[in-house]
Design a protein around this ligand. Sequence first.
Ligand code: ZN
Ligand code: ZN
Length: 247
Amino acid sequence: MSRGSLARELLDFFLPAACLGCRDHLPLERTSELVCGRCRTRLRELPWPRCDRCGYPLGSRAVPGPACVECHGWGGELTGARSAVVLRPPADDLVHGLKYGGWAELAGFMGRRMARCAIPPPLASGPYLVVPIPTTRRRMRSRGYNQARLLASAVSEEVGRPLREALERRHGGPTQVGLHPAQRRANVKRAFVVRDDAIVVLSGARVLLVDDVLTTGSTAGAAARGLVQAGAAEVFLSTFARACPYV
Ligand SMILES: [Zn+2]
Ligand SMILES: [Zn+2]
């Protein structure tokens, strides 16, 4: 190792950690916060008016109704959804940092944001179970954790409802990125199984599924189908971010 690169490494070691949203250095006393104040204010909630069922922004002239173009194709098993922020900088960097960057600590910040503004209204009162959307064993092995499980744990703690890992992923399957919605639906159709030890608690229960990002809803729809077939009364979804291409 050259003297120059050694000096650089030493410098990096002693410098404050960078914000995971914008890579700017965080002040030393705030490195544990992971996300700088500017990025926190740049995180944008989904604009109003929103779809009653899925929370999607409808545009200024639309009238909120029981469903919208985004959720009308969802199966009846997924009753509703809410997301905390629009998937755009810096939210996409946070999602990426949690999923691929090994920054498991981000889940606390993101989960608290979800508990504050991404709980579907019908769940404002009464009991429900918090259930993470599981990842595949292969991805679990390579990453060491399931980002949805970490988010679900943070949400569960914040809302005071129990966490239950009720689902398992049946098979790996290719990544969903870049696929047409119809292909996604076909891929995820039989992707989930309900764990035997969860059947009893699911019976008649309301469930809040938790994931990092909501894109088409096909993954959550498949998970919801499994849960309802296993006896769950109602299934909702909460995600940290939502893909809103036109916002
Ligand atoms: Zn930042
Ligand atoms: Zn909708």
